[in-house]
Design a protein. Sequence first.
Lengths: 333, 430
Amino acid sequence: MTTSTALPPAPPGPRPKKQVPHNVKTSRRAAWIFAPSLLVSFLFVYVFIGITVYISLSNWKIGTSPNLTLRQPFGGTYAEIVQEQRFQADIRNVVIFTIIFLVLAILGGLIAALFIHHVSVGKGLFRTVFLLPYALSFIVTGVAWRWIFAPSTGVNEILRSMGIENPPGWTTDTTILGALNHPSGTDFLKVQFGIPVALLPIIFAAAWQLVGFAMAMYLAGLASIPEEHLEAANVDGANVWQRLRYIVLPQLWPSTITCFVLLLHVALKIFDLVVAMSGSGPGFVTDVPGIYIYNYLTSRYDKASAMAIILLLLTLVVIVPYLVRGYRKERKA
Amino acid sequence: MRAPNKLRISLVATAAASLIAVTGCSANAPAGSSTGGGSDKLEITSWWTSGSEADALNVLIDGVKKSSPGLSVDNAAVSGGGGANARQALAARLQAGSPPDAWQVHPAGQLKSYVDGGQVADLTDLWTEGNWASQMPKDVAEAQQVDGKYYTVPIGVHRGNVLWTNPSVLAKANVRIDAAAGVDGLISSLKQVQASGTTPVCLGDKDIFASAQLLESLIMSRAGADNWTKLFTDEYSFNAPEVKQALEDYKAILALANKDHSAITWDEAAKKMADGDCAVNLMGDWAYGELLNAGKKPGQDFAWVSFPGKEDIFDYVGDGFSIPANNIPHAEAARTWLKTLMDPKIQTEFAAKKGSIPAVTSADISGLSAYQQEAAKSLASGAVVSSLAHAQAAGAEFAQTYADAVSTFNGSSNIDAFIASMTQAQKTQL
């Protein structure tokens, strides 16, 4: 990138051609420059993932006393945890959490960005207001949200003063919306699949906190849309909705994808916000894999590791198609 | 555009100021630890960080400083999660081979996981040298052992199954709670309180141990002390009719408790009880110190009764310290620390602050509170059993399975599912 100053400014829109001429000398230099970071990431990411996989297949139970013999039958820990009510609840919760959270945060961010982009007064103020929550830690906001959604105080006080006698129990509600099954407790499926009502306040709090992040991504995207495109659409008689639908949104697609991927990992690894707001909840209605791992770290290292690997696989299911798509595009270009 | 600029500048200034404040605070912590040098140091970890706990810990620190002048003590306490956070931090240090000189531990089950890992030092020589076993109740001494060897030193004894009551709420409902009336008597009293228009039970199980402790108290009362202990050697089954009955009782009591119990913590529930929001609250006697700190008067704002049952069972939750087997940084100071803990005077002073009772029977309890004197009597005469909710009756894995089963039960009220997972655990995890 140091040579970019010597080159003419890159044209907007289509991907620029290779900027640095490739030869043996530069590629060897690049290898040397990258070697330390590659080594570090190889060691601290891939080797450690490998170790975690191994531990999840071993008999290592108590965190402080390693036992590296392989468990018989092979993969027994995975067979054990998939039968657990807690595990099944965690998978349900993290999937529901991720879907609703992504929709709320991305839509909220888009609306906030469009609003700020078009408003003429107090742009900086609004931007700061929306971005500020993102600067706080989940523990801090979680404690505040816990009191807001406390059934006996908080927002329920307002509801009661408005004459609502039985306000919602928020995170204490064990109802599952749109339940797909009715488990007896001894079958393989031990949880009701559906949307746990108790998760909704937590999802809302998480979305509130990350709307600012999505907004920032979209603001950058909006700034890169060439004014001429909108002017041309105007001349052709497109109304506001048509301009949004056919000009703005398609050009914001890269921002949406980036938001999606970056927010996805926030959702999958959510831990601190849930711990602060509700803990595991009755019947694990608000439990997530992060809390599971934390609880079992000292008593069942193999189980905690297996859950970590399952969490990794969940991430890969979404990220790998995205990466493959990215590589294909790059090759085409 | 001036206004936003100003705003930005002020924001940056605020951020910078808070950053300085934060780094300033964290810079203070290690500063204390780096003073003093050489061998005159002792680092201890615990999860005693709340007001009364920290005061009690300071009694011990002052005591060890008195017996070896010039010693600098590094208090590396970690707060939160009923000790879970501190144990995580300790596990990381043990794995890295840089343990503290001594750490807080619950005896029996929790101790066993450190013994299995070969991380705690055998203290049998200290015990025989001081003839400590003869100075405490047999059950308490036994809990400090694993396979006949001593690995920890008890500083105090907590009771897990105390029913804290609000005298004025009970008087209003015209109800008396009598420990001898058993669980049936308790439940009918609670129903009477409900009829008077007050929530009978305060429960705060955001951290699940509070529920786990309520259920274990019910199982103890229904099954008796002997059977309770046999649950952890698989000589008595979780499928027994008494355990089923206890689960029915638990279900009934949950229905009589505040609806928001999963959203509040144990200390909030105890204070709600003392405020008159409900009649009773089951909690260990660490609630006593918490209520005193909240300005509540014993006997007036709150009273207590042993958890109702057919016999007087003392649900033992122990506080003690162990020292590492390997890589101990200051071995001599650590042994001095342990000897200090066994000083009867120190035990009395510690108990006064912490709300627990001394483990050593020769400690003078005449200056302690009415509650503590009563508990000390129960400890001497009652049946002493270990708590499962605090990972003392069994190892960490079994205790975690129990906690998970209670969480599941709180959502589903499914007795069969609870029994199935616990009997399975009895077969595979003991």
